[in-house]
Each structure stands twice: as C-alpha cells, then as structure tokens.
Design a protein around this ligand. Structure first.
Ligand SMILES: Nc1ncnc2c1ncn2[C@@H]1O[C@H](COP(=O)(O)OP(=O)(O)O)[C@@H](O)[C@H]1O
Ligand SMILES: [Mg+2]
Length: 421
C-alpha cells in the first residue's frame, strides 16, 4: 500500500464543507520530476532512497512526456534478466507515456469519472495535474477514492441525523398527544365523578326536606310542638346546605367566566372570623369539637369584600369541622405579619389547624383544583370539591394566598395570607 501521506506531507485537504466541491488542485502533491534522459538505474536509486515518492513525471525540454509509477517500475525492472543492460537504458522505455492528465480545476467526481472511464488498462495509481498545460504536480487515485468515501460517509451521517431528529419529533408529538388524551380522560372522569357527587349532594338535603315537610303535613294536628320544631329544624338545615351548594356553583361559574367583581370595603378580619365561627357553633357542639380563636386584641382592619372573605373562611372552617374527629380541637390563629421586624404591618396570616387525617403530601396542590377531593377523604365526609378552588380564586383576587400543609403532630393546617391594602 502506498505511503501517500508521507509523500509531501500533504494530508487530504477537505475536512469540512462539501467534499464534492474540492478540485484537483486540492489533491495536488508537489513532486520532483526527472528528465527523459535519466537512466533506469538512477530512477531505481531515487525510488530506493525516498520511499515516499510514489511516481515521477518525466520531462523532455520542459514538457511532460510520461509518468513512472513506483510499483509498475519495480515490477517491470524485477522482470528483466539483464539488469546491467536495462539499468543503463533510458527511463522512457518503462514510463507510462500517456499518463492521465487532470486539469487543476476539475471537480472530484469528474476526476473519478475520468479515472474509471477513460483509461485503457485499468485504474491508474496516479495522474498528473496540469494548469494551462503546465505541470502542477501529481495526484493519487487513492486520494480521490478517500474524498468520495468521505463525502458518502458524511451524506450517510446527515441522513442518519435527519432520521433521528424526525424520530425524536414524532416521539415528542406522540407523547404530547398521549398526555393530552390522558388529561382529557382525567377531565372526563372528574366531570362524571362530579356529576355523581353533585346529584348525591343535591338529593340528600332534598330528600330530607321532602320527608320532613311531608311528616309535618301529615302530623301537624297530633304531633307535639317540640317534635314539629325538630322537623322544621331539619328542613332548615337541609335548605342551608342546598343554598351553600348553589352558592358555590354560582361562584364557580362566575369565577370561570371572570364575572366576579369584588365589592371592596373596610372590615375587621378578627370580627369576621368570630362571626363565621359562631355560625358553626351548633355543628361543632354536636360533635364536641372546640373551636378556639386566637387573635390579636387590637383591631385587625382589612380592605376586602367581606362577603367573599366570609365565604373563604366558611369553607376552610367547614372543611376543618367536616374532617375533624369527635372530641377534638380546631384552632383559628390570626396574627399580624410584618416585613422583617419593623412596622408597618404588611398583612395578616390566618392558620386553620385541625386534628383530622391531614392531606397526602402529593395532593397538597391538587385539592385546590375544582372537583378534586383528596384520596384520603374521598369516601368519607362527601362534598363536591369546589370550596377550596373557589377560596383560592377569591384569595388571589384579593392579592392574597391560601396553602395547605400537614402538621408534625397530625392534622392539616391551612394558611391564608391577607395583604393589607
Ligand atoms: N382540613 C382538611 N383535612 C383533610 N382534608 C381536607 C381538609 N380540607 C380539605 N380537605 C380535602 O380537600 C378536598 C377539597 O375540599 P373542598 O374544595 O373544600 O371540597 P369539599 O369540601 O366539597 O370536599 C376535601 O374533599 C378533602 O379531601
Ligand atoms: Mg369544602
């Protein structure tokens, strides 16, 4: 195999860019040449002394007359019996007198066509490169093949990269579609669950109202007053439940369409909290749950929509009660918040702490989505899962926030931040 890179220190030139754009000039090796009068023995010596020399152009009167290739020269010389005779003969006897001439500007694939197509006697090892009829140097067929091969490899690489990109794109699209489908299915399931729960939530108090009003109608003449009173109490309780549910649905649809407008005014957050607590006094009393309010003695003025904030407090306290065990305690801790240690106050923080089952860690956020119940309470106290999503929207509208966490001792803590306007 010819040692081409050592020939004149010239490496194959085209590393980047379009290999096919490279020309014979790029493949050209500067080379020494010999005169037509040179003897075979001298040629042999040249080849022997410089193993990197692969071929020698032969000139007569400055004009190119042939090319001696190392390999064919050696083969021919080895085949002669009378070396003394042939050694003294002129090299023109063994040279290729019609070497392939390639113009320096010729492109690589044209060179390949020439080498393969035009040469009688098979693929030549080398060729001469000329410019305006003048000898520039020599080129090697192996370089041409290497350049073509490099081009082919690069094209294949590009094709492969292109294919990989395409695959990645398809995969990504498929994943997106799958996610979208899952999301749609999830939403659909949530909707069905919601409808089931909603019908249940509507039907239970409705049934109670129907049953107790019917009882009252049938028994109003013979039943005693306390008994009639208890019928009315049950009817009232059920209508309150229904009314809360309808309120929630109304708020939800208004929030959804952005039609909630806050009716802002000044109110006292501590007072509002105490009022909401009082509305739950009976419910808490029945289950022997103590609701303790822990709030600053000084007034806690707040610019807000008192009705909406009342709705938030009702929901959060209602939840705490709903999920609290019998004979437990709920703490409503209201505190003023400062930025750093300095006045003035930046707002209020309310923690609603219960001793219930708490919330699974990975559902801390999802419980704030409409119709979502935590997996821990789903089959328990019921509910439609609207309260917290509405509460968060209302808090956001006020520039505040609501978040949930579990307490180390067990139970949930809902923290509400109210910025002070
Ligand atoms: N204090 C709490 N302790 C444990 N889980 C709670 C508490 N508050 C809310 N959750 C969970 O968050 C869910 C969503 O609450 P919410 O949106 O108010 O809906 P609902 O009260 O109709 O169930 C509840 O169903 C429950 O799973
Ligand atoms: Mg609720």
């Amino acid at each position: 195999m010819a040692n081409k890179s050592a020939y004149s220190g010239k490496a194959f030139p085209v590393q980047d860019g379009d290999t096919l754009a490279c020309t014979a000039a790029d493949l050209c090796h500067a080379v020494r040449f010999i005169d037509a009068g040179t003897r075979n023995s001298e040629v042999f010596e040249i080849f022997e002394a410089a193993p990197q020399i692969q071929c020698l152009p032969v000139l007569a009167d400055g004009l190119l007359v042939g090319l001696i290739n190392r390999q064919s020269f050696m083969v021919q010389i080895a085949g002669r019996f009378h070396w003394e005779v042939y050694g003294k003969k002129r090299c023109t006897k063994v040279m290729d007198d019609a070497p392939v001439r390639i113009d320096a500007a010729m492109r690589i694939h044209e060179i390949a066509d020439r080498l393969v197509g035009d040469v009688p006697g098979g693929l030549p090892e080398s060729f001469v490169i000329v410019c305006d009829g003048k000898l520039q140097g020599v080129g090697f067929t192996s370089d041409v093949l290497a350049a073509l091969r490099q081009h082919e490899r690069r094209a294949a690489d590009e094709l492969r990269q292109h294919r990989d990109r395409l695959f990645a794109m398809i995969e990504e699209r498929t994943r997106d579609l799958r996610l979208a489908k899952q999301e749609a299915e999830r939403a659909n399931r949530a909707k069905s669950d919601f409808l089931t729960r909603m019908s249940h939530e509507l039907r239970t108090p409705l049934h109670a109202i129907m049953a107790f009003s019917q009882l009252g109608t049938q028994r109003h003449s013979d039943a005693d007053r306390p008994r009639l009173g208890s019928f009315f109490a049950r009817i009232h309780e059920s209508t309150v439940k229904l009314s809360l549910l309808v309120d929630d649905l109304l708020s939800l649809s208004r929030l959804d369409t952005g039609r909630i407008v806050l009716d802002l005014g000044y109110t006292d957050l501590g007072e509002l909290l105490a009022t909401v607590r009082d509305t739950f006094a009976d419910t808490a009393g029945h289950r022997n749950i103590v609701v303790r309010v822990d709030r600053p003695e000084a007034p806690t003025p707040l610019r807000a929509d008192p009705q909406r904030i009342g709705q938030v407090l009702t929901n959060v306290l209602g939840n705490a009660l709903k999920f609290s065990p019998l004979n437990s305690e709920i703490v409503l801790r209201l505190a003023v918040e400062y930025s750093g240690t300095a006045e003035p106050a930046v707002g209020y923080r309310l923690d609603v702490i219960d001793q219930g089952p708490g919330i699974p860690d990975d559902e801390m956020e999802s419980i704030f989505e409409s119709f979502n119940l935590s997996s821990r309470t789903q089959t328990g106290a019921g509910g439609v899962g609207l309260g917290l999503s509405i509460s968060r929207e209302i808090m956001n509208l006020h520039g505040g926030s609501i978040t949930a966490r579990n307490l180390p001792a067990g139970g949930a803590c809902f923290s509400l931040h109210f910025p002070r306007a």
